[in-house]
Design a protein around this ligand. Structure first.
Ligand code: SAH
Ligand code: SF4
Length: 357
């Protein structure tokens, strides 16, 4: 029998498993505190469980560990961690320090099958899904590395699912991970401090809204279907109309703005006509536009617009009453998540600000 990794089990699953071996419900709460507050590495460290209870637990489960392989530190304080999974695959997790926030950008898949043309993760193809345990463990391990004396999430204030992978293409495990991250006797993240970024899987956006109220970020990148389909194949499955309709169903829009990420590519989507299309597209939906000047890379032919072009684009959106942000680069010297970092920071900022309307 394959043993289960305790870190990926929801409270209810634990309760049921424990009931099967005659253990009380509160034992599940104790185990949760050991796993996520105390961050124990071994079932035998759970000292308020009897030896027999620990033995029963060991019969069907274990505490899995992703393993740090490498850490890089950027001049601006951004830290990139490379973790090895049990089957030797590796994933990236990035810690971004900004103002009073410490944001962890986590991966949800090894690779990605969405194939966005400007994204290095997309171009490198898909290996496999991450389990809920592997998603949650990125948080536990980084908390342990940066603040071993702390409990729970330590000083990590926000999580963004903006590392490798498309979170909504790994729906079940991602939703499970979000629930575990929110346990208030565990890692204690609130909806507002969890942001999920998606390329636009419309049906899953609607489903997500039924199950959680985490902050939502959409990688938009183009406001017309022809260009968006060229840049992001997912748009051929769910076009802009369908995407926007799904966003309108998302519950958090009542309290918070959805972030629309828009990478600016020179000569492709950075004209004032493009800005006009963007204004028209979002209409009266309470959104925040996060403009990300493309992070150039030798393997990609896209270019970043010059400064004036960006300023003009921003001004146009602001004149049309859109809330806009542009980001300076973070972690560029360690190519942290290939430019995805700026998107990550801005999404967190957007999620923390209440919507005006
Ligand atoms: N798959 C999800 C989350 C991971 S990608 C999504 O697409 O939203 C995170 C963000 O990084 C996306 O907004 C994506 O558009 C952006 N990104 C990817 N490559 C980039 C690059 N080279 N320069 C700037 N942003 C990039
Ligand atoms: Fe995947 Fe997001 Fe990259 Fe697109 S931008 S390929 S969805 S990781």
């Amino acid at each position: 029998m394959n043993k289960l990794n305790l870190k990926g089990m929801k409270r209810q699953e634990l309760v049921e498993r424990l009931a099967g071996i005659g253990k009380e419900r509160y034992r599940a709460d104790q185990i949760i505190r050991w796993l996520y507050l105390q961050r124990v590495r071994n079932i035998d460290e759970m000292s308020n469980l009897s030896r027999l209870c620990r033995k029963h637990l060991q019969d069907f489960s274990y505490i899995g560990q992703i393993e740090l392989v490498k850490e890089e530190l950027s001049q601006d304080g951004t830290r990139k961690f490379l973790f090895r999974l049990e089957d030797e695959h590796t994933i990236e997790t990035v810690l971004i320090a900004e103002k009073s926030r410490l944001t962890l950008c986590i991966s949800t898949q090894v690779g990605c099958r969405m194939g966005c043309r400007f994204c290095l993760t997309g171009r490198s193809g898909f290996e496999r899904q991450l389990s809920a345990a592997e998603i949650v463990d990125q948080v536990i391990q980084v908390a342990e590395i940066v603040a071993p004396e702390s409990q729970g999430r330590g000083a990590i204030s926000n999580i963004v699912m903006m590392g490798m992978g498309e979170p909504l293409d790994n729906f079940t495990e991602v939703v499970k991970a979000l629930e575990i991250l929110m346990y208030d006797d565990g890692l204690q993240f609130s909806n507002r401090r969890l942001t999920l970024s998606t390329c636009g899987l419309a049906p899953e956006i609607i489903e997500l809204g039924k199950l959680t109220h985490v902050s939502l970020a959409i990688s938009l990148n183009a406001a017309d279907d022809t260009l968006r389909s060229e840049l992001m194949p997912v748009n051929r499955r769910y076009n802009l109309d369908e995407l926007l309709a799904a966003c309108r169903t998302y519950p958090a829009t009542n309290q918070r703005r959805i972030t629309f990420e828009y990478i600016l590519f020179a000569g492709l989507n950075d004209s004032l006509e493009d800005a006009g299309r963007l204004v028209e597209l979002v209409g009266n939906l309470p959104v925040k536009i996060n403009l990300i000047p493309f992070n150039e890379h030798p393997e990609l032919s896209f270019k970043r617009p010059d400064h004036q072009r960006i300023v003009d684009f921003v001004n146009f959106l602001q004149q049309h009453k859109l809330m806009v942000m542009t980001r300076r680069s973070k972690g560029a010297d360690i190519s942290a998540a290939c430019g995805q970092l700026r998107a990550a920071e801005a999404a967190v900022e957007a999620a923390q600000e209440p919507a005006i309307s």
